[in-house]
Design a protein around this ligand. Sequence first.
Ligand code: NDP
Ligand code: OXD
Length: 306
Amino acid sequence: MQLTFCCTHTAAEPWLAGLRAALPEAEVSLWAPGAPLADHAIVWAPPQAFIDEQTRLQTLFNIGAGVDGLLKLRLPPGLQVVRLDDAGMAVQMAEYVCHAVIRHFREFEQYDAAQREARWAFRKPRRREDFSVGLLGLGVLGSRAAQALRAFEFPVLGWSRGPKALDGVRCHHGPDGLHDFLAGTQVLVNLLPLTLETENLLNRDTLGRLRPGAHVINVARGAHLVDDDLLALLDRGHLAGATLDVSRTEPLPPEHPFWHHPRVTVTPHTAARTLRDESIAQIAGKLRALQRGEPIAGVVDPQRGY
Ligand code: NDP
Ligand code: OXD
C-alpha cells in the first residue's frame, strides 16, 4: 500500500514518522510534484495540482473535521473523502464551549473589570433555567458539547438536518424547526459544517430571532456568519456578546472591527486542534478496516457537503 502525505501549514516529519510506525506494511512518502502515484492520501488544504496528478487515489483522509475547503477542489468522482471524527477534538470543543458559556453566565468579564478598579462587587446570580444554550449542529462535536453543558444543568436545545434524540436535549431539525430553536435560545453555539445550505446562516434575520441579550459563539466556520449583521445587532443591544474562534479570512485581518469590539472575544481557530497521535491511530484503523472490506465512519457525502 502506497500512502502520500500532502498537508499545507503542517510540519510533515513527525506525521511521516508516526504513520510509518502505525502502518509498517505501508510505504509512506511526502508528496512533491511528479511523485509516484499512491493509493491513499493524508491531506490538509492540498493544491489542485496534487489531485490532478495523483490519479490512482482511492481515499483522501482529511486531518480535520471540516471538509469545506477540500470539497472546493475538483475531485474525481469515486474518490472517497474521509474526515476525522472526534480523534480527541470533541472533548476540546466541549471545554471551549463550556468555558465560553460559563464566562457569560457567571459574568467573569464584569469581575475582571471590577478587579482592574480594585472593586469588591458581587453580581446577582442569574437563573440557570433562563440561560438556554442552543447548538446548531448535533454531530460528533455538537452532541459532545451538549452532553458537557447538560452536566452543568443548562437547558440545552439542538438543531440538526434530520431528526435526532439526545438525552436531555430539546431537539429541532430542518428549516421548519429553526425558528422555534432560535426563539428559545439565549446562547447560540454554531457547530455546523460549512455547506451551500449553511453559509451565511448567522445573519440579521436569524440572530435577530434570538432572545434579547443573547450571546453568539461561533466555533465552526467564519463564512457561516455575516460579520456586519452581528456588529449591528451588538451595537443595537439586541446581542450582549460574541465569542468567535473562526473568521471569514484567517488570520483575522488587523483592521477588522472584531479585534477591538468591547463585547467580542476573538481566538485564533483553536477551539479543537487536530491531535497528531490520535489522528494517526484513527486513520491507520480506518485503512485497515478498508482493506478488510469493512465500512468506516466519517465518510463524506459530497452531495450534502459534509
Ligand atoms: P458532523 O458532520 O459530525 O456534524 C454536523 C452536524 O450539523 C450534524 O448534526 C448535521 O445534521 C448538522 N447539519 C449539517 N447541515 C445542516 C443543515 N443544512 N441544517 C441543519 N443541520 C445541519 O460534524 P462535526 O461535529 O465533527 O464538526 C462540525 C464542524 O465543526 C466542522 O464541519 C468544522 O467546520 C467545525 N470545526 C471547528 C473546529 C475549530 O477548532 N473551530 C475544529 C473542528 C471542527 P445531521 O445530524 O442531521 O446530519
Ligand atoms: C477542523 C478544523 O475542521 O480544525 O478540524 O476546523
